[in-house]
Design a binder for this molecule. Structure first.
Ligand SMILES: Cc1cc2nc3c(=O)[nH]c(=O)nc-3n(C[C@H](O)[C@H](O)[C@H](O)COP(=O)(O)OP(=O)(O)OC[C@H]3O[C@@H](n4cnc5c(N)ncnc54)[C@H](O)[C@@H]3O)c2cc1C
Length: 527
């Protein structure tokens, strides 16, 4: 019997999910097995994400479970750590079990999207909020409500101004939609805070170009600028954010805007997985040919969506939009199936149908099939088109209901406090329980707080460790798996330090690293 072909899709956004959906239609039963790997178990409909800020769309109504969208694909809810093109294997990060997982493929589809790259902006990683995921939208909404609550009782005028200033960097579609929604929400919400005057609120959009929305014609962009200015948004053009602190956004012209809420939607950069991925690239994006095949790996690997450098039929670069990612997904699915059947692959040919951007408060701009719309008609068009595009009948229904409800009732002011998961956490083990086992991936280091653990290698005891002593650092200092098993001998409490924090400590305190390296050497001599 011929072994079934394995198709692995990396990324569960527009590119990945739609590729899986199209493959579902095109593949014959038993022709191939499709696996999809994504960090979350849901798909985010990003065009509607800005509406989460105001709560005019329910938090989970902008997302859909991937299992329901792609019922026949095997979903792996994990981080992809590595792609090995030679062995045709992708390695997934450990999850509950501290074991990495390897997926072999015959055909690989890469649709990992991009991240907001804060590398050239000191302080931005710590103090600016990106705007791409559901978590980002929730974080921003919570920050805005927190700032309003604080400002309502703050008597220091300078600090009050800081709390009531909201800054967004990036004047493309996502930045404009975020500032429009934020501005509307803050001004509407302020009515419920008797001590806050709307004149105290300042919403600022910083954009490096001469006009916002470079994607659309100058006339429509100027209309958007005038509208935003009329609604109280301050536009700072031909400038950009160069640094961020807890208290301010620093601009290229030297100005420092006092604020406690800074959002940055630019610049886009490659996801960490693809930064380290050795293959031909253009400005960090994976170089593909006209059939969306990765250069040098034709017939095996395809890339699409925001992470790929794609040329359209007219030679122009394909813009990073959901509209294009969805069409590219169809082209990739058809080409993967053609490759499996030994048929010729077809070039991607799509020039775009139009552009739509919401400006909040029942207005938008739209260019569709060369026709231009603005204001209320464009807003109706925007809502109708996105409602039609939103996958899943239940989500369409919920969003339509959310929109109707928000026309009738005031803005939602509840701040959903989600406890941040501690990356330095306390853990408890009963006697006989394993902390980790030989061969596991090293994801944390531990300090014994109370009780006792034994260190075992191949069944033989190497050491007993008690309060104040630490273990698990060796696998973090190297990339090798755990070389010993650690088991509690009594009821034991430990402090677990996650790999990310461990790495930060190493980079910040050379003494910490030197101390650990010394101990690791001493331990390996004793063994
Ligand atoms: C606020 C906002 C508004 C937008 N509005 C519009 C609009 O109105 N119209 C439009 O056409 N486009 C819009 N876009 C752009 C559009 O959403 C993107 O172009 C589209 O999402 C790209 O699809 P993608 O599949 O390439 O990436 P994404 O949709 O970003 O999906 C990438 C997926 O890969 C996953 N991933 C990444 N790395 C890993 C890893 N190592 N392991 C596991 N999973 C990983 C991510 O979690 C994510 O789920 C908007 C974008 C934003 C942020």
């Amino acid at each position: 019997m011929v072994p079934i072909k394995r198709i692995v899709i990396l990324g569960g956004g527009f590119g990945g999910v739609f590729t899986a959906r199209f493959l579902d239609r095109l593949l014959r039963p038993g022709e191939a097995a499709v696996s999809l790997v994504n960090r979350e178990n849901y798909f985010v409909f990003q065009p509607l994400l800005p509406e989460v800020i105001s709560g005019s769309i329910g938090l989970v109504d902008t997302v859909s479970p991937i299992r329901r969208l792609c019922p026949r694909a095997q979903l792996y809810m994990r981080d992809v750590e590595r792609i090995d093109l030679e062995r045709r294997v992708v390695t997934l990060a450990p999850s509950f079990r501290p074991r990495a997982l390897e997926l072999e493929y015959d055909c690989l589809v890469i649709a990992a999207g991009t991240i907001t790259d804060f590398s050239g902006m000191p302080g931005a990683a710590e103090h600016a909020i990106p705007f791409r995921t559901l978590g980002d939208a929730l974080r921003l909404r919570n920050r805005v409500l927190h700032a309003l609550e604080e400002a309502a009782t703050e008597t220091d005028q300078d600090f009050r101004r800081r709390l009531l200033t909201f800054v967004v960097g990036g004047g493309g579609f996502s930045g404009v939609e975020v500032i429009a929604e934020l501005n509307d929400f803050v001004r509407a919400a302020a009515r419920h805070y008797p001590t806050i005057r709307t004149q105290e609120i300042r919403c600022v959009l910083v954009h490096s170009g001469e006009r916002i929305l470079p994607e659309i014609t100058p006339g429509l962009a100027e209309y958007a600028q005038r509208l935003l200015a009329r609604r109280g948004v301050t536009l700072k053009l031909k400038d950009r954010i160069t640094a961020a602190t807890a208290d301010s956004a620093v601009l290229k012209n030297g100005e420092s805007i006092p604020t406690r809420t800074l959002v940055s939607t630019v610049p886009a950069g490659p996801v960490p997985l693809l930064q380290a991925f050795d293959c031909p690239k253009e400005k960090g994006r994976l170089l593909v040919d006209s059939c969306l095949r990765l250069q040098g790996r034709e017939g095996e690997v395809w890339a699409l969506g925001d992470c790929a450098a794609i040329r359209m039929a007219n030679g122009e670069p394909a813009p990073p939009t959901a509209q294009h990612a969805t069409r590219e997904a169809l082209a990739v699915a058809e080409n993967v199936v053609a490759a499996l059947r030994g048929a010729p692959q077809k070039p991607f040919a799509f020039a775009g149908l139009g552009k739509l951007g919401s400006l909040g408060h029942h207005s938008a701009v739209a260019e569709i099939f060369g026709l231009r719309f603005s204001g209320f008609p464009a807003w109706v068009l925007w809502r109708t088109i996105y409602l039609m595009k939103l996958p899943g009948l239940d989500r369409k229904f919920r969003v339509a209901l959310d929109w109707m409800t928000s026309l009738l009732f005031p803005a939602e002011l509840v701040q959903l406090r989600v406890q941040a998961s501690d990356s330095i956490a306390s853990e408890h083990f009963e006697a006989g329980q394993f902390v980790f086992q030989q061969g596991d991936v090293g994801d944390r280091m531990f300090v014994v707080r109370r009780g006792e653990v034994e260190v075992l290698r191949d069944g033989a005891r190497l050491a007993l460790l008690g309060p104040g002593e630490y273990f698990g650092e060796m696998a973090l200092l190297s990339t090798l798996p755990r070389n010993a098993t650690v088991r509690a001998t009594k009821s034991t409490d430990v402090l677990a330090i996650a790999k990310g924090d461990f790495t930060k400590l190493l980079a910040t305190f050379p003494e910490f690293g030197a101390g650990l390296a010394g101990l690791a050497e001493q331990r390996s001599r004793q063994e």
